[in-house]
Design a protein around this ligand. Sequence first.
Ligand SMILES: [Zn+2]
Length: 336
Amino acid sequence: MKAVFRRCWKLVSVARRYIFSPRGLAVLALVAVGFVLGVLIAQIWTSDGSNGDSARQSAADAAEPTAAAPQSDIDSGAASDSTESANQQAPTRSTSSEPVEGQSPTTPGTSAEPAATAPESSLEPVVVVLDQEPLSYEAALAIAAGLAPQTVYPSDCMSPFPHPDLLPNAPRAYRFGIHQGVDFQCFSLGRHAVAALDGRVVLAVGDYQDPDPDDRDELLDVAGDLEATPPFTLLSLYGNYVVIDHGVVPFVGHVITLYAHLHEVDPDIRVGQTVRAGQRVGEIGNRGTHAAANGDFYEDPHLHWELHVDNQYLGAGLTSEQTREVYTRLFSEALG
Ligand SMILES: [Zn+2]
């Protein structure tokens, strides 16, 4: 037993000498530094993980999609008073997949069909990308070519192609904006607006009441103050109108078309209704225009028609000649 005790004591003595030697102290210092580093690295690792989670959550929150309708723009019979001053693009407005009662214009009587009749598939939101880069001319031409085989002429009224003022990107000085659609001028009531492609109705306003001229002027004054056409002004200037969702067309994108200034919307054109290319959606008129606000529903009836792909009107950012080429290509097969 004594022998064991002596051996232990000897070991302790050796260890004590070793520990308090310069070499021993150096080893101890290294172990201590290693321990501290280990603790620090573990803390950083843990904190990275939790920050990553919250960052991902924030990203998910931010990515919450906003429903949207096509950016829209209209004209009126005042299209001829074009000036250089109006090149403002209207802000993107919201919602297409659902009626927009909460965001309806101030115009009395303007309302959307109830969403209750729309199937679930039509309620998928459209994601709005603000400050979207315009497509190149080549990309817009490719989209037009891709849609041409299934696109029909939305009216049999006058061809707009020789007239840049009737095509997208023409200035609309009276509301400080630019035209985002095509105007098919009809010169008389009784002409048909028809669906340009197969699709599903997502918005149908058929009980539009034209505002008093003074109220209309007030709306336009707001546009003047902003030097842009605000969304509620745009909506108020559409008159009776229909929006059709054509879904995602392969190699093209998500396509939506809009038919505005209708004299009346056909009664069977309701939200959720599927339509075929060429099916009538309503009678072409001038509702929403200056003349209609003054009680004249016969002056300058025309279909204001828009086509949007992935939340941008076809031809956005192009020159008038390029725009004409793109829309000529779009209707190349419809016109034969
Ligand atoms: Zn127009």
